[in-house]
Design a protein around this ligand. Sequence first.
Ligand SMILES: CCCCCCCCCC(=O)SCCNC(=O)CCNC(=O)[C@H](O)C(C)(C)COP(=O)(O)OP(=O)(O)OC[C@H]1O[C@@H](n2cnc3c(N)ncnc32)[C@H](O)[C@@H]1OP(=O)(O)O
Length: 228
Amino acid sequence: FTHSRSSPSCSSSVQLWTLPLPFLSKPRDFSVPNSSWGPEMMRLYEHYNSQCEVEMEGGGKREGLWRKLPSYNRILKYATGGVYLSKIIQSKARLFTRNIREPGAAFEYVLFANSEEQKCVGIFQAGHLLEGPPGHVHGGAIATMIDTVTGTHASMLSGPVMTANLNINYRSPIPLGSTVLLESCLDKKEGRKIIITCKVMSTDGSKVHTETTALFLSINVCHLLERA
Ligand SMILES: CCCCCCCCCC(=O)SCCNC(=O)CCNC(=O)[C@H](O)C(C)(C)COP(=O)(O)OP(=O)(O)OC[C@H]1O[C@@H](n2cnc3c(N)ncnc32)[C@H](O)[C@@H]1OP(=O)(O)O
């Protein structure tokens, strides 16, 4: 059930092995409410979700300012060619934020994008497995969420990107179990460089937890596949 596709822009004979489209099951969307989502997570989700469609006079609906971004945990089944990982590791590889089985134990999050304002928001509920200082979220887990929200935002603006630099100022700790809002804004695009700023805030906006400047570089996906 595999088929190969040569990428015309890759210099070597890199092949992406995927399931043929008719057999590709729809990827599961991990960013829909589940029983672990607390009231703040639900409230913010509904706030942005309700702005994804606007009721028109006469009963119809049109797209709103915001768009909910579906999640995934992996698109490729196998990547062979210049990739040094074994086929087995490749087939097991997953986006790590989406693979903790117990709902609510780690990263619960959903992303919304506003292309008119070139903004992206992430609503993030931090579970008990993300503890750093007692009762609070680990700085690396916070950095992961910042990278995820700003990285997704940069990809929306410029296609495939890699994080080149994340400069994070941690201003106040995030209590474990709480929900926070990540707000990602395009600062500027210069050639291949995309510079994005991101604030992590309490949901009422009264507290800034972190402030970040992130640099992404547009890449050709062969950049990833040819590194052996
Ligand atoms: C839908 C997808 C959802 C995804 C969500 C999750 C997002 C997760 C994103 C990640 O975590 S990516 C993984 C972490 N990042 C890496 O592993 C990147 C490792 N580094 C690299 O692969 C390369 O260094 C990189 C692609 C970033 C740049 O290599 P290039 O060869 O393409 O660029 P080059 O080194 O020629 O630099 C190009 C320009 O960028 C500048 N530059 C590069 N790295 C920089 C840096 N770190 N700081 C400042 N400037 C930098 C460099 O000075 C130069 O500036 P000028 O053009 O003005 O001369």
